[in-house]
Design a protein around this ligand. Structure first.
Ligand SMILES: CCC1=C(C)/C(=C/C2=NC(=C\c3[nH]c(/C=C4\NC(=O)[C@H](C)[C@H]4CC)c(C)c3CCC(=O)O)/C(CCC(=O)O)=C2C)NC1=O
Length: 163
């Protein structure tokens, strides 16, 4: 698990160098955005249940077959697993927004996920769509300056599942 601070320090420690202007600028930008990151995360935490509800409603409207016999989210158990997965994505997205670093997504969410999904027949296309719906729902409710911070982890997960 990494964030902008320990990533920067680690790399300068390895080089045995003081932080140069480039590193300091990067850290300054990170610290300046800290309050915004906290606000975004507070908002998502408060709205998490609703965000997931809206995401699944939109997803199942588009992919109605998932809920029908033969669909991957058919049966209460699998439906619940699907909603739980959406919750994982949202929660880890907030961790990554705070860290300003995607490594937590690789380590905790994405490693081996495609293989697991493929072996269980969980459709990856619909999962990617769910992530993009979730991103849109959150972006709609945050300020202009928060847009990039919000989109980063979702785009990272979408990208990783796409290849
Ligand atoms: C914290 C990181 C983490 C992630 C990401 C994770 C995902 C994850 N989702 C799983 C299953 C599943 N995931 C889904 C999800 C869906 N099916 C659909 O049709 C939709 C497209 C989608 C919801 C949007 C379903 C239905 C299952 C159960 C599949 C089955 O058991 O047949 C499984 C298999 C084991 C289990 O059922 O719990 C894992 C490991 N587990 C983790 O620990």
């Amino acid at each position: 698990m990494k964030d902008t601070i320990n990533k920067t320090l680690e790399s300068y420690d390895l080089k045995g160098k003081y932080l140069d202007i480039e590193a300091i600028n990067k850290l300054e930008i990170y610290f300046k955005s800290a309050n915004l990151r906290i606000d975004i995360i507070k908002f998502i935490n408060e709205q998490a249940v609703l965000i997931i509800k809206e995401t699944s409603a939109e997803l199942f409207e588009e992919y109605i077959d998932l809920l029908r016999p033969g669909g991957n989210a058919y049966t209460t158990r699998r439906y619940a697993a699907c909603i739980r997965d959406l919750d994982y994505y949202l929660r880890y997205a907030t961790y990554s927004m705070l860290a300003d670093d995607p490594s937590i997504l690789d380590e905790r969410v994405l490693n081996g996920l495609k293989e697991t999904y493929n072996s269980l027949g969980v459709p990856i296309g619909a999962t990617i769509r769910a992530l993009s719906i979730m991103k849109k729902i959150v972006q709609k409710q945050v300020s202009q300056e928060a847009q990039n911070i919000v989109s980063l982890p979702f785009d990272y997960m979408i990208n990783s599942l796409s290849y």
